[in-house]
Design a protein around this ligand. Sequence first.
Ligand code: ANZ
Length: 977
Amino acid sequence: MLAQIQTSTQLHFLPPPPLLRRRISISSARHRPPLLHHHQKFSTSSRSLRLTNCINLRINDKAGSASGDVVDEEKENACKQEKQVKRAYPFHEIEPKWQRYWENNKTFHTPDEIDTAKPKFYVLDMFPYPSGAGLHVGHPLGYTATDILARLKRMQGFNVLHPMGWDAFGLPAEQYAIETGTHPKITTLRNINRFRSQLKSLGFSYDWDREISTTEPEYYKWTQWIFLQLLKRGLAYQAEVPVNWCPALGTVLANEEVIDGVSERGGHPVIRKPMRQWMLKITAYADRLLEDLDDLDWPESVKEMQRNWIGRSEGAELEFCLVDTNGLERDNKIIVYTTRPDTIFGATYLVVAPEHVLLSSIVSDAQRKQVEEYKEIASRKSDLERTELQKEKTGVFTGCYARNAANGKNIPIWVADYVLGSYGTGAIMAVPAHDTRDHEFSLKYSIPICGVVTPDNVNFSYFEKAYTGEGTMINSSSSISGLDINGLSSKEAALRVIEWLEKTANGIKKVNYKLRDWLFARQRYWGEPIPVIFVDDTGEGIPIPEAELPLALPELDEFTPTGTGEPPLSKALSWVKTIDPLSGKPARRETNTMPQWAGSCWYYLRFMDPKNSKELVDKEKEMYWSPVDVYVGGAEHAVLHLLYARFWHKVLYDIGVVSTKEPFKCVINQGIILGEVQYMAYRDPDGNLISADSVDAIIEYSQERIADEKVMKSGDSFVLKDNPNIRLIARAHKMSKSRGNVINPDDVVLEYGADSLRLYEMFMGPFRDSKTWSTSGIEGVHRFLARVWRLIVGSPSPDGKFKDGTVNLDGKPSVEQLRCLHRCIDKVTEEIEGTRFNTGISAMMEFINAAYKWDKLPKSIVETFVLLLSPYAPHVAEELWSRLGHSTSLAYEPFPKANPTYLKESTVVLPVQINGKTRGTIQVEEACTEEDAFRLASLDSKLSKFLAGKSIKKRIYVPGKILNVILDTQNIEVGQR
Ligand code: ANZ
């Protein structure tokens, strides 16, 4: 489920269709009860409150008076007028017009047959989960960036693939179905339609003919096909794996539905219960997934997260023989995994995980009850809870001992949940002197601590804390085993111990991975059916023939859990019962479905050839378009999605379906957009305002929101305008409904237009950084677009209509104009290609500032600028382009190229004459204006004595050649021009 910004809880309450929904949300804003404090009800600036009312009225108008609201016509007209005055250029007409044009002309369609001699550019967004909440302002951030790149590359002559689709299987639609009886198909379709129209209203240049949804049988046919290929190669298998089982709800829960050991819905206890599951053997690809990371142009942080997730570690497996109460060796052994074989002499106890298979057989009768109770408690904790460093360690002695072969000592075996059953061998040798968790545990349960590594030249007290670093070996020699590693460095000692282990058959060298196989089954309805049947009499699992794909999800009206842990699909009796096509024997279909991650593992391939019914993707098309050149999405997908997709891609590579080892050449994470900065003041219990720097920890203050207009900046802090002694705190929060700081992109488009929203989201700050929303910021970029409009088209006449052609568009550009333009081209191109979109906009703003000072605005200059602007603000650019006399879209016009001649900072030595006599020279830019040349001459130490205090009669200036100043000899009064 990619790019799902809303949390799943919000999705339980799917809103009614857009119009109605907005009316509800807005009227609730109007009647919103005071939040924490009565001052807070003024939290929305009066300006945006007015706008909110406007929207409300407009919608009432459309929706009729079904709700009984009376439309106040006068108010509405006032509102409309106000908007008209505010509307700085007619984006409300331009934007729908060009969206229609692009749609009717299929401007952004990438044909199936293309000229493959041309270079390609595949730019992809992490496709969204179409949630009921609609688009969030976080979505357009990434989408605008990819759209700018797509538009630039088209204009640079690339074949561009820029598609969009829906990652539409998932829990929220199913939960909604359980609550309301609305089939997930209907909800999903409704949400997709809303998302699509919202995306279209932002002018993204997607090829909508390639739209796909993971929920369509034509699509998931191939998801199922990939599963069969994994099965064929032994990469899909079944295993008993613990799941989150909620006895009260009678269902298995997804991890995200379990919070602190209880169900998110209802707060019922959840336990870990082993159930038959499908697993995918991603571990077989661990090394390749690790090695191939090195060549990827991905954020270092994401690569590092993947490395940690895969978690390759080198160490050894050691055998510890169990001993009976008489100290004699038994047949059984405990095998432990350690990354520090050098510390073997310091192992003073062993720990097995509560789920270790040998636990029941080793535990003594005296300890059995206590151990069983401990196991039961541990079964309710997640691995995360168990391994949290800060959590107090717990454990129980098993009553059993094992022999440490290095020194022949018998050491106790404990069971403790800080050791996980799923990692290594599920057992450890505990070395309290050198491992922090073991140290804490031994202090608690009074187990001996024996230091065996000493930090060089330092006296270390192993009882105070563990020394976890490397050093020199001590206390590490035994005549019983003949092993002596004293005096060696930890590294040398580790190698020596492994040699000894292998020679004496007490252990082996071992590489381990944190990465686990991927649990690939969900006890859910709204997912891809797993294409496997089980023959009734043998129970054998058999893949269904590829020719029978897609195995369609059966219609089901009843989504509630079965109560037995059986997935809801088991209720589709006639679907479940089937016949094994090979033996003709009765069989049952698999009723688990695939997890949400399945469909997003390979969708980027389907976009290359979305309608192919014979193959997942045509070979030639794949060879041309692979890999994705730029993939943009949230950092939250650093591991799961990006790792799963890489795994599937490598399997597809091995079976010859794809031609590249990796799916995504470059990945970029966009930053988060936080809500508008809020200023808060403290009030003491007597109601007095208190400055933030003098709050006292023991007094309970109330916090009060201060309206933006009452705040000013003072140094590095914010203070109250009318009482600058009161310092405020400034905070930005993640947008959330509960905080009331969610910005709806639809509202922004309505007030400022899509181009302003696009431009603003790019201008907020560096693309990858987190940033805060600011209404004044969007007004700033909106004013910039209006300035561009006025410069080229003209200003609105008193009747509110816009007049064309008020600016002189004739004439040849001057050198200065060309320099200014080419600098802008250079900067904008470089910044888009470097995904530094904000600084690209600054360059265009500088250009427009300069252009306002020019007397004439030659058409060639204006046209070039419009092309530069078009990837960012395509609607206004198309409109200007057409008003400049073009009859077709600018989408495929060559993107301007900077001419290096105009980029050179060429300076010349300019002779300066005073009354015809050369008195000196100045160094100026070749295209320097007369004014600037004269100013520089006046500042020159040699020339200034001829000019100071003189009245000037005339100046003769030939750029790059000469400046001649004729003084007014009649008038020697001060008269500098
Ligand atoms: C002895 C020892 C001495 C260890 C020492 C560490 C420091 P990584 O690097 O993450 O692979 N370990 C092994 N299996 C475990 C399990 N199932 N649950 C919890 N901990 C486990 O960590 C490997 C180390 O983690 C191993 O090395 C083991 O403790 C512990 F000075 O063994 B060590």
